[in-house]
Write a protein that binds this ligand. Sequence first.
Ligand SMILES: *Cc1c(COP(=O)(O)O)cnc(C)c1O
Ligand code: SF4
Length: 311
Amino acid sequence: MKAFKDINKLIDFLEIENINQKKILKNSSFPLFIPYRLAKKIKKNDLTDPIFLQFVPLEKENKTLKNFSKDPLKESFFKKGNLLKKYNNRALLITSNYCAMNCRYCFRRFFEKNINNNFDDEIDLIKKDKTINEIILSGGDPLSLSNYKLKDLLLKLNDIKHIKKIRFHSRYIIADPLRIDENFIKILKLIKKQIIFVFHINHINELDIDILNAFKLLSSNNYLLFNQSVLLKNVNDSFEALSKLYELLFEKNVIPYYLHQLDEIQGAMHFKVSIKKGKELIKGLRENVSGYMIPKYVKEKPFEKNKTLIF
Ligand SMILES: *Cc1c(COP(=O)(O)O)cnc(C)c1O
Ligand code: SF4
């Protein structure tokens, strides 16, 4: 997969003028990483482009603010190896530290990379804890694993009787929709548990015909598809942006699940949308689109037993 990792090459590619170049952060410790197929969708020399804003480091990231920390969710507190059990019936498995991209607002940007790839310890923990009936494969991105590794993991989970559901949380599809191909479906077919996908798409510009076809392949095989978005300033904090995204997703059998209030991570301050504005947006959606297209507007609080419903 082709991607930009060198900021100067990206600046050339996007034909960013000198005056705009000053706003770009060139030496970020969370590196630039944007797949070519996403970079191609960015309007030239446009610092307001919703894809540009999500992936290109800006000087603004260097601003710090009290409250914006390196581990706002206190996830390290809940971690046993790479298994995170915060909620009663479900546990989240960090399957990989790799994503197909680096999103500037990511709350895992400071996480250490120390994934052992056989998951033996985690599988043992899951086997012992019969209160867990759903495993959430997250990351990084579970689809960044090879089919070989993924198959091995899925088969191990398939053998655990008290696990009823396996859920993928993934953003990979917008970088490489062909990752969801017949070979991948073949692996899924070996699994007897219910399989659910939660995609992570924030703006309609991230979608295109190849991605919509990948949704189709999954939904025609009867997998349930959902989407979660993060509410991001100047990216999707408008009625128009959200309603367009949800209309298209729903048309492709992808149900809007969550709209997340931004996690207060260092470097992401400039993405913050006020709760007041977020509530107004949800109200606007309720008044103008069908109820089944409205996501739950939620916030993650470190020691709560579930995500907190804002509105
Ligand atoms: C978000 C999250 C889940 C899943 O919660 P749902 O409300 O079921 O989508 C599970 N575990 C952790 C640690 C999470 O952050
Ligand atoms: S895909 Fe998700 S986990 Fe990966 S960098 Fe983006 S927001 Fe973070």
